[in-house]
Write a new protein. Structure first.
Length: 246
């Protein structure tokens, strides 16, 4: 099953805490993980967070600026964020395709502006404040349940089939066949539900499989893998593994 690694943490920075928690069972077709990223005190220099492409949508809560929250996703290539010397974020990472893209504006990249949408995200951010990560998770679950009731998030049978059949997928044509769709239908529906074209979606899946230690069978040869990895992350696999913890 798809298990995205959405981040690269600098190995040398021990004062940065990154914690993931599984959602309750009834939300596991919607939410991949709840996340907390924070510093223990102020760092000596700015921290750079290497965000890897993962095809997921996030709700981000900035606990140090409680009006700063929003819905975000990454593009098909990684990006490096400068988080400064002190930060505290709580996020919900949704599985690919479950967020209804037409219902709520989504930013690309880092959330760093006060939220101006219709969801009660600012109120939720204030409610999360002062609680431990364990105490915050029921609040996050309650928000997801409300989003499900409103239809803003829903299980996506197409992406669910794709993610459950990764070992059988070697090409976009395989992805269409697994989904019981024509290539043209796959193109339209993937773009509607993930914001990615099939080729980019497959590229992200392949990268995530490699980051999880799976064989690189989906690449023509080692040089192809290194080229694809460097294009997606900006690093060769060896240099990436030396600098970041994944």
């Amino acid at each position: 099953m798809y298990d995205p690694k959405g981040n690269g943490r600098q190995r040398a920075v021990e004062a940065v805490q990154f914690v993931e928690a599984e959602p309750p069972g009834h939300l596991r077709g919607i939410v991949h993980r709840f996340l907390e990223l924070r510093t223990d005190g102020a760092l000596s220099e700015d921290y750079r967070f290497h965000a890897l492409p993962d095809a997921c949508v996030y709700i981000v809560f900035d606990q140090r600026s409680r009006n700063v929250t929003g819905v975000s996703k990454l593009r098909a290539e990684s990006v490096e964020f400068n988080l400064g010397r002190s930060f505290h974020y709580v996020n919900i990472r949704f599985l690919p395709g479950v967020w209804q893209l037409s219902r709520e504006p989504i930013s690309h990249g880092m959330v760093d502006m006060p939220y101006a949408g219709d969801l009660p995200l600012v109120d939720i951010n204030h409610d999360l404040s002062g609680r431990s990560f364990a105490e915050q998770q029921p609040i996050l679950s309650g928000l997801v349940e409300e989003l499900m009731e409103s239809g803003l998030v829903a299980v996506n049978p197409m992406t669910e089939k794709i993610l459950q059949s990764l070992d059988e997928i070697h090409s976009v044509a395989d992805m269409a066949a697994v989904s019981d769709l024509s290539p043209r239908q796959l193109q339209r529906r993937l773009k509607q539900t993930t914001g990615l074209a099939p080729h980019d979606f497959l590229k992200v899946l392949r990268l995530q499989e490699a980051l999880n230690g799976k064989d690189t069978w989906s690449y023509a040869d080692q040089s192809h893998f290194i080229h694809s990895f460097r294009k997606a992350t900006g690093y060769t696999p060896g240099r990436y593994s030396r600098k970041f913890d994944v």
